[in-house]
Design a protein around this ligand. Structure first.
Ligand SMILES: [Zn+2]
Ligand SMILES: [Zn+2]
Length: 327
């Protein structure tokens, strides 16, 4: 048993993060993204429930091949964002979604690949066309983070209020802290529930389930195989789940002094390709969407590699996620 202050544990965690970052390729140009402009020009006007993967790489290091974790659920034009990895506002713009249509933000946990642009998303939406309240949910200390972020940006905020006649963003942004699973919110379009998942050492970390009139979509967040997640996802139309490819990670960490311990740390807090198929099967979901790829910057890990690793363990529809994919 170690504590967060244990120097060995700190070294292992640092090495673990380095391993995830080392997965990024040095100087490889990103493959051009197939960005389909929204038909009719106004994506927000479409009815029904849409799922758009905004960023699909796991780990804190920016990568050429995939953007940082973020997804959008769009219900009758209202935008709900799950996780705010670096670049989330730009990814929303690339997806043809209006920042002013943002109604809810759901942070799964406070690793920087999931929250680095939490404040930026809200600030930039406000500087764009956000005029209606946005509710944000996540583990503590989300309220303090929100307050401090607004303070950090006080110069810009004060200037725009005076210069452009905008309302104070503090009156639009409502942060709520979650400490346990259960119903998170419900409005006229969507009901959102959460489950506490297993992503040590961060606690709590959440998975979220969205139920709308026409669809049910579950996001695992970061977790090792979790019984609570299986329960939350039971019978859902779509499960968007994190995945790691252990053989590639084993190669990356082979030279580390504590390779065995590092491997165990990854297994304690994330889900392998084999396990994600098993989780989706146990939950009985129709579609499994792979997301939060670790490593997320290795072009050798083609869709075929991921598919071959997961497919033997899940008989339903399997989607290999990519940035800006709409489902
Ligand atoms: Zn992550
Ligand atoms: Zn994490």
């Amino acid at each position: 048993m170690t504590t967060p202050d244990d120097p060995v544990r700190r070294r292992v965690l640092a090495a673990s993060l380095a391993a995830l970052g080392a997965a990024a390729l040095p100087a490889l140009a990103a493959a051009p993204l197939a960005v389909t402009p929204p038909p009719g020009g106004d994506a927000d006007a479409r009815t029904g429930t849409r799922l758009i993967l905004l960023g699909t790489a796991g780990g804190p290091t920016p990568k050429a091949l995939r953007a940082a974790p973020a997804s959008a659920v769009v219900v009758d034009g209202a935008v709900y964002v799950v996780d705010c990895g670096n670049g989330v506002a730009r990814q929303l713009a690339l997806a043809g979604l209006r920042l002013g249509a943002l109604r809810g933000v759901f942070v799964t946990h406070h690793h920087s690949d999931h929250n680095a642009d939490y404040g930026n998303l809200l600030l930039l939406a406000w500087a764009a066309d956000l005029r209606t309240p946005v509710d944000a949910w996540g583990p503590p200390p989300l309220k303090r983070m929100t307050r401090q972020f607004l303070r950090l940006n006080a110069t810009d905020i004060r200037t725009r209020i005076a210069d452009e006649g905008r309302v104070d963003p503090a009156t639009l942004i409502r942060a709520h802290e979650l400490r346990s699973g259960g119903e998170v919110m419900r409005d006229e379009r969507v009901r959102v529930r959460a489950a506490v998942v297993e992503h040590p050492p961060l606690q709590p970390a959440f998975a979220y389930r969205f139920d709308t009139a026409d669809r049910s979509i579950v996001f695992s967040g970061d977790t090792r195989p979790s019984a609570a997640l299986v329960e939350l996802a039971r019978g859902a139309d779509v499960l968007v789940h994190e995945v790691m490819y252990l053989p590639a990670l084993e190669k990356l960490i082979a030279s580390e002094a504590q390779a065995a311990r590092l491997r165990q740390h990854l297994l304690d807090s994330h889900t392998t390709a084999e396990q994600v198929g098993q989780v989706a099967t146990q939950a009985g979901v129709k579609t499994l969407v792979l997301n939060h790829f670790v490593p997320g910057g290795d072009p050798a890990l083609t869709d075929e590699v991921w598919r071959a690793a997961v497919a033997p363990h899940f008989q339903g529809e399997l989607v290999i996620g990519r940035d800006l994919l709409e489902l």
